[in-house]
Write a protein that binds this ligand. Sequence first.
Ligand code: GAR
Length: 228
Amino acid sequence: MPAFADPSDQEPCVQWPLPPDCLEAQATAWAPEPGPLRLGVMASGAGSNFEALVQACRQGNLQAEVALLVVNNSGCGAQQRAERLGIPCQLHDHRHHPSREQLDRALVASFQAAAVDLVVMAGWMRVVTPTLIGAFPDRLVNIHPSLLPSFRGLDAVGQALAAGVTLAGCTAHLVSEEVDAGRILVQAAVPVLAGDDHASLTRRIQMQEHRILPLAVALTAQQLGEPD
Ligand code: GAR
């Protein structure tokens, strides 16, 4: 047992010098007309980030609504959460699409039919193509469990543990054609504690993901509304 509490359980070490009520302040700064921002979400796994987005909307911290969840794995946790939360969910199984482009064309069609303004990759474990990126320019957000540009790609938490870093974290960023390399929106740092294993570090990183992802969505929406 560590001899001290993990401060990240209470307070995130956010890269920005944000005030405690930053999420509310940033989220309410962008008030779309005539209705709230419509979000599309993509998820492959447990869906905890998807649920964090839904709760941020429902609690009024993010002036938005999740209009559609798309999953690529039938029966995954995200799909089960969507059923419980009453969010429309569509399955686009990548195994039924002969190429990445064809999968992404199907995703674009679904999100456009749902009239979403912005799309969030909340644990989407597939490489996306210019087909999807180009359909949502400057409005496709990804969450990644490392302090980018460190530890891009698969199993970022495992990479951080193997490298022996003492500071891990998560990054919300815009998606570009190079994997995990788009413009950084928000980061949170999480200390690696003595005795941490993959599960414990992942758990604490995800607690911070759930805080920074709604903020990153608010920032992205705000920037879309600003003149060039
Ligand atoms: C999250 O930790 C997210 O950062 C990661 O998958 C997890 C999904 O958890 N994404 C990536 O690794 C993308 N490269 P969730 O399904 O509980 O939200």
